[in-house]
Design a protein around this ligand. Structure first.
Ligand code: PLP
Length: 440
């Protein structure tokens, strides 16, 4: 018994020193490409290199919609970010917070499950922070997205869409990949330190912040984790977790929201946007409400999403539609990156006054209308946001200023949303002349 206790104490001591060494290793030697400064009461981040080009996007007057409604309808041109979407801000914030806290080190791999935009943004900015990127993407997302991610040098896994409750949902696979990279990293460090192979590493010891509450939190990692992530190198992994990681919300609360406030000089009356993770609508709505409680904030929800019900009735779905039974899949909507059937940590931060619903037909027609009238070539979520902006304008009446987000460009959507054959197959061939499609 005494021998067993002594052996246990020795093992615990070995584990603790291994963990301390591991943390030290993770925190060491990073030259960070940003600095925090304070000006007045505010905290500002000064970035170098590529990151200087992210954010500060123009707020464009959408002339056609403004003239048609008598309101000022303004679109935040996020498609002008270097990674091509609003998600550049999120990628920057997630990586910076992870590097600051030490859960990611330069040379580590950032993993993410993403329908495309966040993956492209992570793959774009990760090298600027000395990191690598591994993304898991549902195989129904437009193929050009995974081609771009591959071209950017990230590892891409395309997988079948399944429910979030399934272990092979793309988000769950991405989480696993980060753990595997950590196991490989710990393995390689342990191999260097130990010759007798008695050390025993647990996932919790490696990443306490990343494992809390996850299905992997108590997983014991066998000493031999060699084959799990052969490509990950030896600096470990970090699961970006855009749905639950509040760095996403903070990107918009600290960055997009203040820009909108300053660009409108605080004169806007309403903000409307669809939600994918909920980061944009949460961060922007909360910031704007803090500046002025009277700014009205609305969700725009696509087909197949449960958020409209959540906002308007407090419940997400009927019993038949509960998460795990119902999928948000290509049969629900042709829009990409928006709509969800669970309440994420990010969405919970939103402060909303109401919600609207939009149809695929409205999104398709709106995208063509904006092209014809304004020369704006935007993707499906931006088109849906503009449908929302018109709904809000009509409800508030002329004379109001309404802001929405132009999330990405139509160039990301050539194989589906801007493909005549694809739309014809879904009975969505556009044929409207004006905005009459919004009256049906
Ligand atoms: C193209 C596009 N638009 C809009 C969104 C929704 O933004 P958020 O995740 O901040 O709700 C996403 C999210 O992935 C997206 O990819």
């Amino acid at each position: 018994m005494a021998a067993a206790t002594a052996a246990g104490a020795a093992a615990a001591a070995a584990a603790i020193s291994l963990f301390a060494y591991y943390l030290l290793l993770r925190k060491s030697g990073s030259k960070l490409p940003w600095t925090l400064t304070t000006r007045g009461n505010g905290r500002r981040t000064r970035r170098k290199g590529l990151m200087q080009a992210i954010g500060n996007t123009p707020l464009i007057r959408i002339n056609s919609l403004s003239d048609a409604t008598g309101c000022e309808i303004l679109g935040k041109a996020e498609f002008l970010n270097p990674g091509g979407s609003v998600k550049d801000r999120v990628a920057v914030k997630i990586i910076e917070e992870a590097l600051e806290s030490g859960v990611l080190v330069c040379g580590g791999v950032v993993t993410e499950g993403s329908a495309g935009s966040t993956a492209i943004s992570l793959a774009t900015v990760a090298p600027a922070y000395g990191c690598r990127c591994h993304v898991v993407i549902p195989d129904d997302a437009a193929v050009e997205k995974s081609q771009i991610i591959e071209a950017l040098g990230a590892i891409v896994e395309r997988v079948r869409p399944v429910s979030i409750t399934h272990k092979d949902h793309f988000v769950n696979i991405a989480r696993r990949r980060a753990l595997e990279a950590n196991i490989a990293s710990a393995q390689s460090e342990t191999n260097k330190m130990q010759t007798n192979g008695s050390a025993h590493v647990t996932v919790e010891m490696l990443h306490p912040k990343q494992t809390n509450g996850s299905e992997y939190a108590n997983t014991e990692v066998p000493h031999n984790g060699k084959e799990l992530c052969p490509d990950s190198g030896s600096k470990g992994g970090f699961f970006a977790d855009q749905f639950e990681n509040l760095a996403n919300y903070r990107a918009h609360y600290e960055w997009t929201g203040p820009e909108i406030w300053e660009q409108t000089k605080g004169t806007l009356h309403a903000f409307v946007a669809a939600a994918g993770t909920g980061g944009t609508i949460a961060g922007v709505s909360r910031y704007l409400k803090e500046k002025n409680r009277n700014v009205r904030c609305f969700l725009m929800d696509p087909p197949g999403s449960g958020l409209f019900n959540k906002v308007t009735r407090g419940v997400m779905y009927t019993k038949e539609e509960a998460e795990g039974k119902r999928l948000k899949n290509p049969f629900d909507t042709v829009t990409e990156g928006i709509g969800i059937n669970r309440v994420t940590a990010n969405f919970m931060m939103a402060e909303l006054d109401g919600a609207y619903r939009g149809t695929d037909r409205e999104a398709v027609e709106m995208s063509r209308f904006l092209l014809r009238k304004d020369g704006l070539f935007v993707g499906s979520s931006s088109a849906m946001n503009c449908v929302g902006a018109v709904r809000v304008a009509r409800d508030l009446g002329p004379g109001h200023t309404i802001v929405t987000i132009l999330c990405d460009s139509g160039m990301r959507h050539l194989s589906k949303f801007f493909n005549d054959e694809y739309l014809a197959n879904h009975g969505l061939t556009p044929n409207a002349i004006g905005l009459e499609f919004l009256d049906q």
